[in-house]
Design a protein around this ligand. Structure first.
Ligand SMILES: [Zn+2]
Length: 317
C-alpha cells in the first residue's frame, strides 16, 4: 500500500461516517432542528467572534449536508416548505455588532459589505439559491457603540428597512442587553417595550415576534416576556430564545415549547460537535417529506405529534 493511499484511508476512517447529502435520508418531521446563534462576524476568531471565512465555511458545511435555511417565524408557524430529504436550519445573530451588517460606499452608492454576515449570506445564496434566504437579527437599539443597531448611526433606518423588506427578521434583545433576572417587573417590561418602540421608529409597521434573552436569563416571571405593555407600547412574543441548550425539538412535537427555545452557539467546537452528532445520528434530524400539507413521522411515533386540525400526519412505513 502506498503511503498516500494509507493516509487517505486513515483520513476517511477518521471522518466516518460519510456526510449524508440532501435527499438521501427518509422523512422525519419529528426530528430536531438546529437554531444557530452567532455573535460577532469579525477578525480574529474568538469566543464570541466568527471570522468571515469561517462563517462562509459554516454555510458550506451546512449546505453539503443537506441543511436549508428556514426563517424562525416560519418554523414557529410550522410552515417548513423544503424539498424532500432536506433539513431546516435557522440562523440567528445577537447584539447587532458591526460585522453582522455593514454598508460601504462604492461609486456613490451604499452597498452591502461582502465580508459582513448579510453580504456573505447573499453571496452564498447567489451561488446556491436552493440553500434559501433567512436570518433573524436580535438587535440592541439602545446599547452603547459598537452594538447599537450595527454601529452606523446615520444608516440605521436604511439598514433595518433593508432587513425587513428583504425577508430577514428583526427580534427583540432588550434595549441595552439587560439581564432580566435582576430586575422587577416594571423594568423588564420597560426594557422590552422600549426596545420594540425604538426599533419601530425605523421600521414603523414591523411586528417583532421573538425575544432572545440577554445571557439567557429569564426574569422572575416568564409571562413578563411573553406579552404586556409599558405605557402606550404593547408587545407580544411567539417565542422566547435561550442562549444554549442544543438542537430544538420539531415544532410538530408535543415537547415543543416556544417559550424555552434552545439554541446552539455557532462557535467551532459546538458547531462541529452538532454537525458530527447528526452525521452519526441521522435518524434524529428533522428531514422534510417535501409536502407541507402532510407531516411524515417514523413508524410508531404518531402519538408524539402535537395534534391540531390543520395537521395531517402519516407514519412512515
Ligand atoms: Zn446578546
Amino acid at each position: 500500500m502506498t503511503r498516500s493511499l494509507r493516509a487517505c484511508l486513515l483520513a476517511c476512517a477518521l471522518t466516518w461516517p460519510a456526510v449524508v447529502a440532501a435527499g438521501e435520508l427518509p422523512p422525519n418531521e419529528l426530528g430536531r432542528v438546529m437554531i444557530l446563534e452567532y455573535h460577532k462576524i469579525d477578525q480574529p476568531e474568538e469566543r464570541w467572534t466568527r471570522t468571515p471565512d469561517n462563517f462562509r465555511r459554516d454555510l458550506e458545511r451546512l449546505w453539503e449536508r443537506g441543511y436549508r435555511l428556514v426563517a424562525l417565524n416560519a418554523f414557529l408557524d410550522r410552515k417548513i416548505a423544503l424539498p424532500r430529504g432536506t433539513t431546516p436550519v435557522i440562523l440567528t445573530f445577537d447584539d447587532s455588532s458591526p460585522g453582522q451588517f455593514k454598508l460601504i460606499e462604492k461609486n456613490g452608492e451604499w452597498i452591502v459589505d461582502p465580508d459582513c454576515a448579510v453580504g456573505i449570506l447573499e453571496a452564498f445564496e447567489r451561488r446556491h439559491p436552493e440553500f434559501g434566504h433567512a436570518a433573524t437579527f436580535f438587535v440592541l437599539p439602545g446599547a452603547d457603540p459598537p452594538n447599537r443597531l450595527f454601529n452606523q448611526k446615520e444608516l440605521a433606518t436604511r439598514k433595518l428597512q433593508y432587513l425587513a423588506s428583504r425577508g430577514y427578521e428583526i427580534g427583540n434583545h432588550t434595549l441595552w442587553h439587560a439581564n432580566l433576572a435582576k430586575y422587577p417587573e416594571r423594568v423588564v417590561r420597560q426594557q422590552i417595550a422600549t426596545a420594540q418602540e425604538w426599533i419601530q421608529r425605523h421600521v414603523p409597521s414591523y411586528r417583532i415576534r421573538t425575544l432572545a434573552l440577554p445571557m439567557g436569563s429569564y426574569p422572575t416571571d416568564l409571562r413578563w416576556t411573553i406579552e404586556g405593555a409599558d405605557g402606550q407600547n404593547s408587545y407580544r412574543h411567539d417565542a422566547i430564545l435561550m442562549v444554549a441548550g442544543g438542537a430544538a425539538p420539531s415544532p410538530f412535537a408535543r415537547t415543543f415549547d416556544p417559550y424555552h427555545l434552545p439554541r446552539i452557539q455557532a462557535v467551532e467546537s459546538e458547531l462541529a460537535r452538532w454537525l458530527s452528532y447528526f452525521d452519526r445520528n441521522p435518524q434524529e434530524r428533522y428531514v422534510s417529506d417535501g409536502n407541507p400539507a402532510l407531516i411524515t413521522v417514523p413508524k410508531g411515533s404518531g402519538d408524539k405529534v402535537r395534534r391540531s386540525d390543520a395537521v395531517k400526519v402519516a407514519e412512515r412505513p
